[in-house]
Design a protein around this ligand. Structure first.
Ligand code: ADP
Ligand code: MG
Length: 316
């Protein structure tokens, strides 16, 4: 039987390259560069809420970190350190090996050190805290959008929610469509590089975890502005397009996209398109910020679309 100490030693103790002291003491020690601000965020994955009990552990490890990296991306911060608090129903060597592999592989790709955590017995629950750095005053916040800004979105939206809808038997995707959409669901790619490159360009940013309507809504609230989004411009895959109008909910209010939504002055239009080409990542202008409050999604003729405006809320 593996003890708690065995689990930590075998699966979660790795050399910390960015830290003064990593796993193994009462606390880790990091040296934050004196000329940087520390960005700190926590995201939790709960069995039955965020994933199914039989989820592949390697992908789960990867996703647990990816959703946290995505918060750093949304801040324009450079991710540096993470801690992992893990509750496990049992000490399963194979499960732990795969989980740690998925987590650590992504951590290494982003030069993020796992510097500590906590391990307990309990219903499967994965809580990651991530810390990163941003130059003072340059982090991308939710409260900086200004009337007249363009609204942009990276990548395409809704595929992860389509995969979930398929698993819940609400729609029936073709096998190859399901393969592609499940990759979006299980191994989302955090837009860390984009976030960093949007410093000094974007006025406001957020990562889309609960659907564009809900998450853009957070920018509007914090910035005290309104927005009009053109439905036809919201970037989507061919698969999603094929399942409209049923897939409209997935596109606008699905979860787990982990793309970035940001606003920027129209004067930055060309710069942002150039960035899109340099990064080989679609960046699409979907609408504009206006004075006032609230979000309107309009069809091609400018008519207001009715939609269920709410993203996922655990307590509703
Ligand atoms: P304490 O009794 O002080 O809480 P623990 O025995 O829980 O210490 O943890 C020992 C060390 O292992 C600490 O440095 C802690 O940060 C680290 N640690 C515990 N669990 C994990 C984990 N799941 N991932 C990474 N580090 C962990
Ligand atoms: Mg502990």
């Amino acid at each position: 039987m593996l003890s708690e100490a065995d689990i930590i030693r075998l699966f979660f103790t790795h050399p910390a390259r960015n830290a003064v002291l990593g796993v193994g003491d009462d606390a880790a020690l990091v040296a934050v560069a004196p000329d940087m601000e520390l960005a700190v965020s926590t995201d939790m994955l709960v069995e039955g809420r965020h994933f199914f009990a039989d989820a592949e552990p390697e992908k789960l490890g990867c996703k647990a970190l990816a959703v946290n990296l995505s918060d750093m991306a949304a801040m324009g911060a450079n991710p540096r350190w993470a801690t992992l608090a893990l509750a496990l129903p049992r000490a399963d060597k194979n499960w732990l090996g795969a989980f740690a592999r998925g987590f650590m592989q992504l951590a290494r790709e982003h030069s993020v050190d796992l510097i500590g955590g906590d391990t307990s017995r309990g219903p499967l629950n994965i809580c990651v805290q991530i810390m990163g750095e941003a130059p003072p005053g340059q982090a991308l916040r939710r409260d900086g959008a200004k009337a007249g800004d363009d609204i942009w979105v990276s990548g395409t939206l809704g595929d992860a929610a389509l995969a979930l809808a398929h698993l819940q038997m609400k729609i029936a995707l073709e096998p190859e469509e399901f393969d592609r959409c499940s990759r979006a669901l299980h191994t989302p790619v955090a837009r860390v590089e984009l976030g960093k490159r949007l410093r000094g360009i974007a006025h406001a940013a957020i990562d889309i975890s609960d659907g564009i309507v809900a998450d853009l809504g957070h920018i509007l609230e914090r910035s005290r502005v309104a927005a009009v989004v053109e439905f036809a411009k919201v970037p989507r895959s061919q698969t999603l397009e094929r399942y409209l109008p049923v897939a409209r909910q997935a596109l606008l209010s699905g979860g787990d996209d982990y793309e970035l939504c940001f606003t920027a002055s129209p004067a930055r239009h060309e710069r942002i398109l150039a960035l899109s080409r340099e990064m080989d990542l679609p960046l699409t202008r979907i609408g504009g910020i206006e004075e006032g409050s609230g979000l309107t999604v309009s069809d091609e003729r400018g008519r207001k679309l009715d939609f269920e405006a709410k993203g996922f809320d655990h307590f509703r």
